[in-house]
Design a protein around this ligand. Structure first.
Ligand SMILES: C[S@@+](CC[C@H](N)C(=O)[O-])C[C@H]1O[C@@H](n2cnc3c(N)ncnc32)[C@H](O)[C@@H]1O
Length: 200
């Protein structure tokens, strides 16, 4: 049962989309235990990296809709523990959130931009993470951008949160239409950029 303050905050973010107050969002995210989720995502990323036959050094990780950096903190802690050299790029459209994360060293590079128009060259990242911003993609270019910036064999990782944490059918179609292969689509959507995959 959600307490009424947490429910009010959920309604606020769902109806306004206003993430400009970084301390307020951090409190909300901690109340939702997104720090624990960040640690779990770190373990998932570590598992996926162990499947790669050759680990580039450093591993290039992109997270979009990165907010105050709780996922970045969890992933970087896990990779530091595993001694995997990495560069973590955090991208968000809201500058106050990026500044909050930068002040706390939750990530290595901080980029203010739109995840439907990524300011990166092709084939740059080994892992791309995005969580809980599915509702902010009006242009329909999100997955073509994921495909473009991932390196061949790179992984897209989208953890599911909320009351029904399962990947919907439309999301799976959008991933496949962009030319990504789905490895898992349950409480995590894991997809891979494969050199030869085409749909239909
Ligand atoms: C519900 S929060 C999720 C943040 C974070 N992934 C988490 O789980 O705490 C949504 C985030 O999406 C960001 N956002 C919204 N539209 C965006 C866009 N077009 N490009 C990049 N980030 C965007 C917001 O600034 C906010 O940080």
């Amino acid at each position: 049962m959600l307490d009424s303050r947490l429910r009010d905050e959920m309604v606020f973010y769902a109806t306004t989309g206003d993430y400009s107050d970084a301390p307020r969002y951090e409190k909300f995210a901690l109340d939702c235990k997104l720090d624990e989720k960040g640690a779990e995502i770190g373990r998932m990323v570590h598992f996926l990296l162990r499947l790669m036959s050759h680990l580039p050094e450093p591993i290039q990780i992109l997270e979009t809709a990165s907010a105050t950096g709780l996922t970045a903190a969890g992933v970087k802690a896990q990779l530091t523990y595993a001694r995997i050299d990495n560069v973590y790029t955090s991208l968000d459209i809201e500058p106050n959130l990026l500044e909050y994360a930068r002040a706390r060293d939750r990530g290595d590079r901080f980029v203010q931009s739109d995840f439907e128009r990524l300011p990166f060259a092709n084939d740059m990242f080994d892992v791309y993470i995005m969580m809980a911003a599915e509702g902010y993609r009006p242009r329909g270019t999100f997955y073509s951008e994921v495909h473009r910036v991932l390196r061949p064999r790179g992984f897209y990782v989208m953890p599911q949160i909320g009351p029904h944490p399962y990947v919907g059918i439309e999301e799976k179609y959008a991933v496949l239409r962009a030319g990504l292969c789905i490895a898992q689509a349950e409480d995590y959507l894991i997809a891979q950029k494969s050199e030869n995959f085409t749909l239909g």
